[in-house]
Design a protein around this ligand. Structure first.
Ligand SMILES: [Mn+2]
Length: 430
C-alpha cells in the first residue's frame, strides 16, 4: 500500500460500535475476500474485503477478524488471524505482516497465525451461543464466480450445526453507512488528491487531446500523491459519449466546441472520492451549454439544500425529480403537455435524467446503506444529477460528496471549481 499509516483509533472505534450491536455470548467471524485469478497464473491486485478493512485496517489476503466480546478469557475478545509469513513466499511476493506490525495497524493485541485458526475457533465455538457469519448482502450483488463467503459459512454450519447463526452483514450495513470523523479525515485526503487531479486536467484540456491522455494525467496525479489508484474505472467522455453512463473506453479525440464529462475519484487509505465535472473542451461554454449546465447545477444545489439528517431518502429523491422537471421545462427540453400526457411510471424528465441522484460512499464506491429510511447524521452521499441530450450530443453531470452533520451537511468538495465561471477562469489561457 502507498498511503501513510492511518491511526488505529479509526478501527478500534469501529469494533466498539460493532460489539455494541452483538447479542449476549456471541462470536462474529469476518474472513477477508479471496484473491481473484486472471487467466494464466496471474492474480488481480488484492482488494481488501471492506468489512475486514473497516474492522482492522489490514490489507492482506487470508486475514480473519474474530470478535467475541463476552469471552471469559479477556485475551480472546478480539483476535486477528494472519497468514504465517514464510521465506519463499516473501522472496516472490514481498513482505507479509508480522504480529507487531498488524497490532500497530489495527490496535488488536492478540494476533494468531492462520494455521492455528481451526483449533482456536473450536474452543470459542464450544462456549458461544450465537455465531455471526458474514455474507455479501449488497443489493446489487451479481457474481458468476463461486462464493467463498458462502463456502466458509457452509463449512462452519456443517461442523457446528446446533448453534444459532445470525447475519453479520445486517449490522454492518447500518454501521458502515454512518461515517466517523476519523473515516471522513481519510476520505478528505482522497478528495484532496482528486481535486489536484481535476486542477491539473483543467489546465491540460484543449481541442485535439485524446480522452486517454486526460486519464493518464489523472492517474499520474493520483499515484504521485500516494493514492492506491482510481476508486473505479474513470470516465472521460467527450461530446456524445457523455450520454453513456459507464463509458470507460476513453479513446476518442476531444473536439473544439464539445463538452467533456469526467467522472473519477482517487482511492486513498481504502476510502474513496467520487467526483464528476463537465467542462468545455476549448475553455468556454457556449450560451446553450451554459444554460443546460446551470439547470443541472440548480438541481445539484437543490439536492444540497435538502439532503440532511431526518429527511426520508425517497422524499429526497421525489423532490430532486420535481426540481429536475422544473429545470427541464425552463430550458425547453420538455413541455407542459409532455408532463400532462406522461406515463407516471415513466415520467417525461426520465428521457434526459435516467439514473439515481445519490448513493452512499465509503470503503466501497457504491457503499452499503439504506435507501428507504430517514437519512442519518454521519452518512456520506454523492449528489450527482445529470442531463443528457441526444438531440444536442451533450451530457452533463455534476457530482459532489456530502457528509451529513447534526446541523445539516458539509460539502467535502467545497472549493473545487463548479460554476461555469469558476471552470472558465481556471481554463483561461493567454
Ligand atoms: Mn457517483
Amino acid at each position: 500500500m502507498k498511503y501513510t499509516p492511518i491511526p488505529s483509533k479509526l478501527y478500534e472505534q469501529n469494533r466498539q460500535r460493532y460489539i455494541k450491536k452483538m447479542k449476549p455470548n456471541s462470536v462474529a467471524i469476518f474472513p477477508a475476500s479471496p484473491t481473484f485469478p486472471k487467466s494464466g497464473d496471474g492474480v488481480y491486485g488484492y482488494k481488501p474485503d471492506a468489512d475486514v478493512m473497516w474492522l482492522s485496517g489490514i490489507v492482506q489476503e487470508k486475514t480473519i477478524v474474530v470478535l467475541y466480546p463476552d469471552n471469559p478469557d479477556k485475551n480472546m475478545r478480539e483476535v486477528l488471524v494472519l497468514l504465517r509469513p514464510n521465506d519463499m513466499l516473501e522472496k516472490w511476493v514481498g513482505h507479509k505482516l508480522r504480529k507487531h506490525e498488524a497490532t500497530a495497524i489495527s490496535g488488536i493485541s492478540n494476533v494468531q497465525w492462520l494455521d492455528g485458526f481451526d483449533t482456536m475457533l473450536q474452543v470459542m465455538m464450544n462456549s458461544a451461543d450465537v455465531v455471526y457469519v458474514n455474507t455479501n448482502e449488497h443489493n446489487r450483488l451479481d457474481v458468476e464466480l463461486p462464493r467463498t463467503d458462502l463456502a466458509f459459512v457452509h463449512d462452519l454450519m456443517k461442523k457446528y450445526p446446533a448453534h444459532n447463526y445470525d447475519r453479520a452483514a445486517r449490522i454492518m450495513k447500518e454501521l458502515r453507512a454512518v461515517k466517523t470523523k476519523e473515516e471522513i479525515e481519510v476520505t478528505k485526503q482522497a478528495i484532496a488528491i482528486t481535486a489536484k487531479a481535476f486542477d491539473r486536467v483543467l489546465k491540460f484540456v484543449e481541442p485535439g487531446v485524446m480522452e486517454y491522455e486526460i486519464e493518464a494525467e489523472i492517474t499520474h496525479e493520483f499515484l504521485r500523491n500516494r493514492a492506491t489508484g482510481h476508486a473505479y474505472g474513470c470516465i472521460i467522455a467527450s461530446g456524445d459519449r457523455a450520454r453513456t453512463l459507464h463509458y470507460e473506453e476513453n479513446n476518442q479525440e476531444c473536439k473544439d466546441g464539445e463538452l467533456l464529462l469526467m467522472d473519477f475519484g482517487a482511492e486513498y487509505g481504502n476510502y474513496n472520492a467520487d467526483l464528476t465535472r463537465t467542462i468545455p473542451v476549448n475553455g468556454k461554454f457556449t450560451k446553450r451549454q451554459k444554460e443546460v449546465y446551470d439547470a443541472c447545477l440548480a438541481v445539484h444545489n437543490h439536492g444540497k439544500s435538502i439532503l440532511k439528517p431526518g429527511i426520508l431518502f425517497p422524499d429526497y429523491v421525489k423532490s430532486i425529480n420535481a426540481e429536475m422537471e422544473k429545470q427541464l421545462l425552463k430550458i425547453g427540453l420538455i413541455t407542459k403537455s409532455d408532463i400532462k400526457n406522461q406515463d407516471p411510471a415513466d415520467p417525461a424528465f426520465r428521457k434526459y435524467f435516467y439514473h439515481g441522484v445519490s448513493h452512499h460512499l465509503g470503503l466501497v464506491v457504491h457503499d452499503v446503506g439504506s435507501y428507504t429510511d430517514a437519512v442519518k447524521e454521519g452518512m456520506l452521499f454523492t449528489i450527482e444529477p445529470g442531463i443528457y441530450v441526444e438531440e444536442e450530443q451533450m451530457g452533463i453531470r455534476i457530482e459532489n460528496n456530502i457528509w451529513m452533520t447534526k446541523s445539516g451537511n458539509i460539502d467535502l468538495f467545497k472549493g473545487i471549481p463548479i460554476t461555469t465561471e469558476e471552470i472558465e477562469a481556471v481554463m483561461k489561457r493567454k
